[in-house]
Design a binder for this molecule. Sequence first.
Ligand code: FAD
Length: 726
Amino acid sequence: MASESSSSSSSSPASPASSSSFLTEPSPPHSPSLDATTSSNIDIPVLISGAGPTGLMAGLLLAKMGIRSRIIERDMAPTPDSRAVGTHARTIEILKLTDKAVYEEVGSQSWRSESMRFYFGNSLVADIKPKPSNDSEFHVPWMLAQTETVKILTDAYEKTGMGKVERGWELLDTKVVEQEQEQVEHQQAEDGTTQDVKTTTRTTSWVETTMRRAIEGTNKRKGESVVLGTVDMAGEDEDKDYEVKVVRSEYLIASDGGRSTVRHRLNIPFPGRTRDYNFILFDGHVETDLSTSHITFINGDNRHSVGMFPIRDNRVRMMLDDGTLTQEQFNAREPKTPTKEYFEKLLEETLGTLKLKVLSYNWLTYYRVNERRAAEFTHKRRIFLAGDSAHCHSPAGGQGMNTGLQDSYNLAWKIALVLNGTAPQSLLDSYNEERIPIADEIIKFSAKTLDNGVYQGWLSSNMKRMMLSIVPFLVRYLPNGRSRPPFSMLGLRYHENSVNKAHKSQHYPVTGPASIGQRAPDDILVPFTAPADTSVPRSEYLAELEEDLTDQPIPTRLYELLAFPGVFHILVFAADRLAKEKDFDCCLVKDVDHYQRIWSSRWPGLRGVLESNATSEAMMCKKMKSTPQFMVHVISSATPSSFESDPNETTTTALADREAGFGKVYIDCEGGRLHERYGFAGVSTKKAGGGIVVLRPDTHIGFRVSNVESAAWVEVDEYFGSILVN
Ligand SMILES: Cc1cc2nc3c(=O)[nH]c(=O)nc-3n(C[C@H](O)[C@H](O)[C@H](O)COP(=O)(O)OP(=O)(O)OC[C@H]3O[C@@H](n4cnc5c(N)ncnc54)[C@H](O)[C@@H]3O)c2cc1C
């Protein structure tokens, strides 16, 4: 751990151009571990620049998987501006899967916005309530200012003891250092002597990052905008003393926001456009006749619109459409920030007869929309752009922070598995492959939402009014599971690639609900347990269990079983075969045990996993000392009463006594709703019914096979062999 070097520079700080003078010459790594990896001369496995939501989530996830990190943050304190105020269904799911305490804290501080209201002039045209669906536990956004989310994530990250947020440190420069390493091979000659054969073989690489800290005061440059702007590294503050450090890491996650220094230093293009729309953002307390517990959009008669987003205690965020301005007009505009009077006047004209009075505010600014996406999210498999540094778009639809958190959710397990020696470096390529199309989709969605929100002429305004007035009826009559609002992000999927592999026998349409790359659908399950009291007659016990299926509170959900960061989950959809086929139980037990044994010896898993996030009660499992890399869950669509009750057997199925994750059986609700969600509906007692689905650690479907016989297990084994280190 000798490579971290530190120095002080006085007065004139290191400009990026000269920052290389602070770099220590790389010393050769002592022992290369994995392909193209060095581990012994680094200071920290993962360095993260930027303690916004994206960087904190990455650090927290890595910590949960036993990987240490360091987060450097330029600002001395989190931004007080509300910024992201909506956390959507998919993000809530991943918070719960990552850290139960974070989920509970965000949940307890958040305001639930049960509906969205749309006004035209002073008439309420639509009140749209997203319909709850069994497919996800969450159906409405949770409203909480980003500042609070950042505080909760910071506390959770630091509580793991696996990393710290180092405030006041600014990343100045970074690069991937590559070094050819000579390897000496020993060969046995024919005469029995040993010869040294020199071969130049592997290239080792690591990341070298230069950072600095202003010894007094902040690193922020004068006149920097918190929302927009370009990186002006030349605009240094004079007369400041800085401490400069060079840190070596295996990986760098650049979550340093829209103006990302890393992106600039690596010359990664950030193409896109700046829209002509000009908005005023307001964050403060108001007094109003309008409900401050709903998201409200008002299309004013003055052809301006305003969106109002509840935060808490009558605090709201407003986004007021201030018309269009070219960049030149915007630059020439004076004053540079809106006055309270200007904002109130435009707001009053937009609201017409609707009443709203500003009591106080802590943020009032002009806002221009940028829609941009970095050309690459990965640099030499060592540096990863995540969050706003990789993509930015308008706040319409509230997707920005959510997408950043989901970038981290996609990336962290891949880094953890590679660092752990479980997966090859090539796994990291899938981050770029998977997140770029998602970023494009989000940018498109948010642009469309923005265009729909602002006045686009008389005809389109009336069309919008008409459409909105019928949406509440449409939502009411949508079948369960089909009412996911697009902003919930539950429908985002990854394409087939080296990690998401469609099986040759896959009959399902590529766009189906449970096709490869999709988020794993969720639903209610009931643990199938052996009776605690063995004197209870079997038939009585099964009847009681059957009652549990309809009893409240809900016994458990599939997602309760998946709350182990970094773990692959193998879902075995057994249809009704455990109840109907006498020999099926023992075949399945054999396969489950055989493959779990093989896999755990081949890929021992993430050592140092901190704890499960699952509710052990719901899982009915004992507390595990360490988490295996693979967990198997058997799901039966047979009702408990259809299991034959043999009074001589201690359990109805040998798998009922298992601990969660080791083949334990769960009963699918309503005779197979989860089977249906995963495309195994209607499969009955005929041999070869059911199927196996492999969920990646980020709960997306990686592989599926329509069969649960031994041959199917062989294919699952081949799948793991193809994506993990052999
Ligand atoms: C007005 C507004 C409203 C929004 N509303 C929503 C919403 O409702 N929902 C939603 O999901 N999103 C919303 N967003 C977007 C959301 O705020 C961003 O997408 C989110 O902050 C991105 O998180 P991040 O961690 O990637 O970047 P940031 O939050 O920008 O964090 C980057 C961090 O890196 C630090 N940093 C920068 N440079 C360096 C450096 N060189 N060295 C060290 N540290 C550095 C910064 O100080 C900062 O703390 C909104 C944004 C705005 C501006």
